[in-house]
Design a protein around this ligand. Sequence first.
Ligand code: LLP
Length: 418
Amino acid sequence: APFVCYQNGQLMVEGVALSELARQHGTPLFVYSKAAILAALAAYQRGLAGREALICYAMKANSSLAILKLLADAGCGFDIVSAGELERALAAGATPSKIVFSGVGKTRAEMRRALEAGVGCFNIESMAELDVLSDVAVACGQTAPVSIRVNPNVDAKTHPYISTGLKGNKFGISHDEALAAYRHAASLPGLRVVGIDCHIGSQITESAPYLEAMDRVLDLVTQIEAAGIPIHHIDFGGGLGIDYNGDTPPAADVLWQQLLGKLDARGFGNRKIMIEPGRSLVGNAGVCLTEVLFLKPGEQKNFCIVDAAMNDLPRPALYEAFHRIVPLAEANPAAQTTTYDVVGPVCESGDWLGRDRALAVVQQGDVLAVLSAGAYCMSMASNYNTRPRAAEVLVDGASARVIRQREAVQDLWRGESV
Ligand code: LLP
């Protein structure tokens, strides 16, 4: 059975009824399935079986400590993008050598801290960053392990805000400049070239952009190695999409079988493979529970006003993203429905969770579940409107435990003064 589904008319996460969790812990509440996360990971592990490979979970997708710990225990490393994420990963028990440090704007302080912690690789995104990292490493008496993030200029066919592999965005070094960048890196005293890196975007639902990008990256590996610079690992980034609304991304194992076929055919089958999946590991393992505060029928629209908002679940407001919204008690498919915009209490018209949703009889006090809320929801939550962030629960079989307490209002002005 799926990890999030109706059983006897009740929406469950594994063996736990969501209505019970909402009653015990209040709303808004994020609930995650441990088995769903491990099953998503297992698909990658199957796809990469028999290879030297490291799965570095892109922790920006959901950086709650218990989720990190779960993935660290399952053998994952982490893809981090800030010193904050580094400290979080270490606090959760990450192995430093399994951490890769990505991002276009690392500060010197962040570089120093990452060197001191012993991260496995810096993914470098500009010529200027190569120079600064070399400087910092020399000053620390170290050589920094580096990959260069190359931009294969393929269209991932996803939302422009989350597409990163095309020319004309801030990420990576262009295909044309990559060889020069590698030559420069190899000449710097504080750097040691270990690999190559690429990431073409997020919520990718087709195989073609990946296959194309792999060809482009392997072309570069050939050129770089011909220049006498060995590439020990190929980091192929993350980006695999999930089913939000009938989307049909390739399964991770199937995709990786195809990609490894390409590597083998071109004689790169012996290279260590690294990947940086985020959304596809956690996205469909989580739901957000929210209570219906008021129903507000209107001339043009009916509004269903709920207690979760854009500060809790910012993807609809930011990307017009679609998340399914369903009741906790299974609706009779023959039941009459009413069309609502499901909106939060925040004082902005952009504060909506779902538009024009046909919901069977909802009443004030009902709890709804916003699905596919495991990735880029809690990790992007804010305190806008001085709203404390939601609590989080991790379900394992028939048991559930709170992994993050609901934020207290007093916490929101800690460090401030009048
Ligand atoms: N590696 C790098 C260098 C990245 O920038 C990202 C995501 C990942 C890996 C993981 O990508 P994933 O497997 O999760 O697609 N907030 C947006 C998504 C932003 C993705 C940013 N980078 C959203 O909610 O759709």
